[in-house]
Structure formats: structure tokens, C-alpha cells
Design a protein around this ligand. Structure first.
Ligand SMILES: [Zn+2]
Ligand SMILES: [Zn+2]
Length: 274
């Protein structure tokens, strides 16, 4: 297959994705002119602070973990914002719920988002990380989740893409209840430890991010096992406009309200003004 043809296949996939979810998949931003976006998690923050409340807390917690502290994920990127009460939020909640009559359709949406990041734009990871992943994992449901112990649907959806990369899939296990907005590396353990996986660059794939504590707990656990570089890819960043309005003010909420879909690389460092 020629390079040109490959580009057009990728572009076709992107156009199909836009046609399917473009009306409700809001684009992610990591920076805004008036500083209302957290550069780590693309969530809302007060302009006078560097990070959002959750990321600032997690950075502080990481400092006291272990003897020299642990370093959180190096790069965190998202597919789209999922606003509470809107369609993308329903997709993220419903795709893994067997009782949801739309679950099959929602899973197709997830596949398009995954294909964009993990197939079409997969080589772009090197642009932000400086290297390509050497191992990957999804994050299992915590014990308080109704999906605890069940095969992870997200794993099923992303495995066809990741299997082509020829890197080891790590098995993470859950040992404890929810993370309760605290970083706790003991919530997870590495089941594939005995196989001495190559942890030079681990790609963690998750469906949604609210406070980031669960993902960062998994990152902290891997760090304690020697992971050198950790990239996180989350399908969605959950946004609660009511919470923003009440806690950070209407200017910050307005900044998020005005976002629309943008056809862009899911891995790039976004610098367009808002
Ligand atoms: Zn943040
Ligand atoms: Zn790209």
C-alpha cells in the first residue's frame, strides 16, 4: 500500500469520525488566553493558580509517596470533553452498561475515538514523549464499581489497535476500593511483573478522567516498579458546568461552554487561543 493511499485511508477514518460524533464531541484545550484551563488535565482552574485543585492536590500527594516521592504521569492527553448531561457523557457512561439499549452504538463511538488516537495518530506520541510506548495497559475497575471483576469493555475495544503495535500488554489488578480523590499506588498491582516487562515508556489507556486520582494512582504504582516514562490517554475529560459555575465562577464556565469540536491531533500540544 502506497503512502499516499495510507494517508487517504486515515483521512477517511477521521472524516467518518467527524460525521459520527462531531456534533457533540467537544475539542480539548490545554491552554487559554485567560488561564482558565489546567495544563495537566485540560480541566477548569482559577486563573491565578497554575494547576486545577485536583492536579495541585495530586502533585502534593506524589511528593510524600515513597522515600523521594513519585513522579506522576509525564504526558496526559484526551480524546474529547464529556459534559455532564450531554451526549458524550452519555456515551462514556453507557458504553459499558449492558442494560443501556444504546451501548452498542456508544461502543462504536469509542472505537472511532480510539482509532484516531491509537491508529491514525499513534506515531504522534513520539512528538510529545520523545519515544514510542514499550508497554500498554488499561486501568481495571475499582472494587466499588459495578463493573468490578468483569472483563473491561474498554480493553476489548482498544486491543485490536494495540495488538498491531507489537508491545506488551500489562495486566493491572485492583486491590482496594475507590481512590477517593487520593493517590494511592496500592490500589493497583502489576500482575505481569514476573515477566519483567519493558517499562521504559508505558501507555495507560482509560475511558474518562474526573479528578485523575485513579489514573495517577496507577501511574504511581508503575513508577514504583520502575516505569521511566508514562503517557496517559483518556477518551474523555468529564466536565461539570454546574460545579464550575458554583466553584470557579461564570467566566471559567463560559470559557468551557464556548468550546466546539475541532478536528485535531489528539496528541499534540494544543496552543490555539480561546
Ligand atoms: Zn488539572
Ligand atoms: Zn497526530
Amino acid at each position: 500500500m502506497s503512502g499516499e493511499r495510507q494517508i487517504s485511508v486515515d483521512r477517511q477514518l477521521e472524516l467518518a469520525k467527524i460525521a459520527r460524533i462531531g456534533s457533540y464531541a467537544r475539542g480539548i484545550i490545554y491552554h487559554s488566553k485567560f488561564g482558565h484551563v489546567c495544563p495537566v488535565c485540560a480541566g477548569p482552574k482559577k486563573t491565578e493558580y497554575k494547576l486545577c485543585i485536583a492536579c495541585a492536590n495530586e502533585a502534593r500527594q506524589a511528593l510524600v509517596l515513597g522515600t523521594d516521592g513519585v513522579v506522576l504521569a509525564d504526558s496526559v492527553r484526551f480524546g474529547h470533553y464529556a459534559y455532564k448531561g450531554e451526549q458524550m457523557y452519555r456515551v462514556m457512561q453507557g458504553y459499558k452498561n449492558a442494560d443501556d439499549p444504546s451501548a452498542d452504538e456508544y461502543q462504536k463511538d469509542i472505537k472511532y475515538i480510539a482509532a484516531d488516537a491509537l491508529a491514525v495518530h499513534y506515531p504522534c506520541i513520539a512528538k510529545i514523549a520523545g519515544s514510542m510506548p514499550t508497554a500498554w495497559a488499561t486501568i481495571p475497575s475499582t472494587r466499588s464499581s459495578r463493573n468490578y471483576g468483569k472483563p473491561h469493555i474498554l480493553t476489548k475495544l482498544v486491543t485490536p489497535f494495540m495488538a498491531r503495535m507489537g508491545i506488551q500488554q500489562l495486566q493491572l489488578q485492583t486491590n482496594a476500593e475507590k481512590t477517593h480523590n487520593h493517590i494511592n499506588p496500592r490500589v493497583f498491582s502489576l500482575a505481569t511483573e514476573s515477566q519483567q516487562p519493558n517499562l521504559a515508556h508505558v501507555l495507560l489507556i482509560e475511558d474518562s478522567w474526573t479528578s485523575g486520582a485513579t489514573v495517577q494512582s496507577a501511574a504511581a504504582m508503575l513508577r514504583l516498579h520502575g516505569a521511566a516514562y508514562i503517557t496517559v490517554y483518556c477518551m474523555s475529560r468529564i466536565i461539570d458546568l454546574n460545579w464550575i459555575e458554583g466553584n470557579l465562577g461564570s467566566k471559567v464556565a463560559e470559557g468551557f461552554r464556548r468550546l466546539s469540536y475541532k478536528d485535531q491531533c489528539p496528541w499534540r500540544l494544543c496552543r490555539h487561543p480561546v
